[in-house]
Design a protein around this ligand. Structure first.
Ligand code: NAG
Ligand code: NAG
Ligand code: NAG
Ligand code: NAG
Length: 539
């Protein structure tokens, strides 16, 4: 007769629980691989399907084998978009509505929830990150390896002085190197073109992947963000036909990236896993006009809440699409990708996300359940703007209750800027003033007026819709952490040199101590005698 003590019972329960957890978390070969390709600062018109002078044939092919998402929205800047993509939450609810954690800044992304790679790990995925992180590095628990990526190859900052030297900062003494392989500084990258480095590593990850274990690859290119640099052979091979110099460099930077996308596709095909791989290609925000980007015919550029700043050129290729070579016209916002991709991976939508699971709607080519969203609430520094969407309507204006600014700023270049070949044919370059008075709201009917040319706010027939949208604004600015002056951003220190290693040659971590993260990747040395952490030389 089996005589079980309470201890035995507890042990058996633990064993049973363990088995259950194991069977829940082990990946199956049915789960698709996910390749998430994020392009930096690519405008709506920077792809060959929107501007025939551009060269992006591999992305165009993915669009034919998959779908083009015609209403895919992001935030107007990279840090906010990246935090929304990875957390599935509106960035203004945790202090990420502006680029506040990018470099040696005194903030980190305070987000106590799991983020996408952690969730995918718990579904059995191996997770890889390549390229630009830009979400904080003052503690190892905040770097990609601390936030759910099994491997990391790339850089912690937002952009570099050069695509070849991987440094940031001006002057020889202040130049600081930022290229990592795992958590070790990787000097071997010096002198090599960033886009090529990332594409080559991405191919290697595919080649070394195990067909029985799904992987997630977040391939976050620094291109086509400035500085505008590209190896001459990309210009000669792909973009000799482009006569405008800045547009030609832009074309070649995109062509280099597109060639990398093609190489990853070929590697997946050689591996035999292409058909079971989701490939998502999108831009993190609109392009900067001065850098040769084109968002035309959309209005505005990067940093603006006009469509040119936030409507992202997005392509989705996935197994099981009901129709391919079509445009999916549904709305999808950056916050939706976390629940959507988790669903595709066999998981469920977590409670903490503000996003919706759109996986079934996308794959069946059905209408999107997303019918409204908030573009952003930005009350930081130079900005004061809020924009909301409800079906075809878009309302823009100042952040209510923000006394600091009398005027509000939807962005910097907020007119319409056609590509040079159209300028040459007489299509006008139209600049607009940047600031509006606090009493001036803008309402657009995007279905009739996707270029946001006709403000219909004062049309009395729209009074009802305006009231409904103002209620949404009131709801969002009334949420905790928004506009109460105490953002969930944590001050760390104000000395940027704390982010360097001791001899100042490369970036370093271990210069902050965020509660809740210390235990995640607890590899910092103990406090120094005077109570300050010493920057750790991680070379
Ligand atoms: C996609 O959106 C653009 C701009 O609003 C519009 O001109 C175009 O007709 C749309 N395409 C499809 C297929 O819906
Ligand atoms: C996709 O559609 C276009 C026309 O809309 C056609 O020219 C092209 O051949 C199609 N591609 C595929 C792979 O079906
Ligand atoms: C290139 O095109 C831009 C508009 O996209 C224009 O402002 C600029 O003057 C052009 N540069 C040259 C050298 O033609
Ligand atoms: C994040 O912010 C919230 C709200 O301000 C705060 O209660 C919490 O302690 C913060 N978490 C971390 C890890 O800093």
């Amino acid at each position: 007769m089996l005589n079980l003590s309470p201890l035995h019972v507890a042990l058996l329960l633990l064993l049973a629980l363990g088995t259950c957890l194991v069977s829940q978390t082990s990946g199956t070969s049915q789960q698709p691989n996910i390749v998430y390709i994020l392009i930096d600062d690519a405008g709506w018109g920077d792809f060959q399907t929107h501007d025939p002078l551009m060269v992006s044939p591999n992305i165009a092919r993915l669009r034919q084998e998959g779908m083009f998402l015609n209403q895919s929205y992001v935030l107007p800047m990279c840090g906010p978009t990246r935090s929304a993509l990875l957390t599935g939450r509106y960035p203004h609810t945790f202090g990420m509505q502006d680029n506040t954690v990018g470099g040696n800044k005194k903030f980190w992304m305070n987000e106590t929830f799991m983020i996408l790679p952690q969730e995918l790990q718990s579904l059995g995925y191996t997770t890889h990150m390549l390229g630009k992180w830009h979400l904080g590095y003052c503690h190892p628990g905040l770097t990609p390896l601390g936030r759910g990526f099994n491997t990391f190859y790339g850089f912690w900052l937002g952009s570099h002085n050069s695509y070849y030297d991987h440094t940031k900062g001006s002057g020889r003494r202040r130049r600081i190197y930022d290229w990592w392989d795992g958590d070790s500084i990787d000097w071997s990258a010096r002198g090599q073109y960033q886009t090529d480095l990332l594409s080559a590593r991405a191919v290697r990850i595919v080649e070394e992947s195990s067909p029985s274990n799904p992987f997630f690859m977040y391939l976050s290119y620094g291109a086509v963000h400035g500085p505008f640099e590209v190896p001459q052979h990309y210009i000669d091979t792909y973009c000799a036909h482009v006569t405008n110099t800045s547009r030609q460099i832009h074309c070649a930077m995109m062509a280099a990236l597109d060639e990398g996308v093609g190489n990853v596709v070929q590697a997946l095909k050689r591996k035999g896993t292409y058909d079971n791989t989701i490939i998502l290609v999108m831009s993190d925000n609109g392009g900067p006009i001065k850098g040769g980007s084109v968002n035309w015919p959309l209005r505005g550029e990067k940093k603006s809440v006009f469509e040119g700043g936030v409507r992202s050129y997005t392509v989705l290729k996935a197994p099981g699409l009901a129709e391919t070579n079509v445009t999916w016209p549904g709305m999808v916002h950056a916050i939706d990708w976390l629940p959507t991709l988790l669903t595709a991976a066999g998981g469920v939508r977590p409670d903490y996300t503000h996003g919706k699971n759109l996986w079934q709607s996308m794959t069946r080519n059905e209408p999107s359940p997303r019918t409204d969203f908030i573009y952003n609430v930005n009350d930081f520094r130079r900005f004061n703007h809020i924009a909301v969407r409800l079906n075809k309507w878009k309302l823009l204006g100042p952040v209510p209750g923000l006394a600091r600014n009398q005027k509000w700023t939807p962005g910097f270049k907020i007119g319409w800027y056609p590509p040079y070949q159209l300028l040459d044919r007489g299509v006008p370059w139209e600049d607009m003033k940047r600031k509006y008075s606090t009493s001036q709201y803008l309402l657009f009917n995007l279905e009739q007026d996707p270029e946001e040319r006709n403000n219909v706010y004062n049309d009395p027939r729209n009074a009802d819709i305006v009231r409904q949208m103002e209620m949404k604004i009131e709801y969002w600015v009334g949420q905790p952490g928004v506009l109460d002056g105490v953002y969930p951003l944590q001050p760390i220190n104000t000395n940027p040199d704390r982010g360097r290693n001791n001899n100042g040659q490369h970036l370093a971590t271990c210069w902050c101590d965020p509660p809740g993260f210390a235990d995640r990747r607890n590899v910092c040395p103990a406090q120094g005698r005077n109570g300050r952490r010493r920057g750790r030389n991680r070379g």
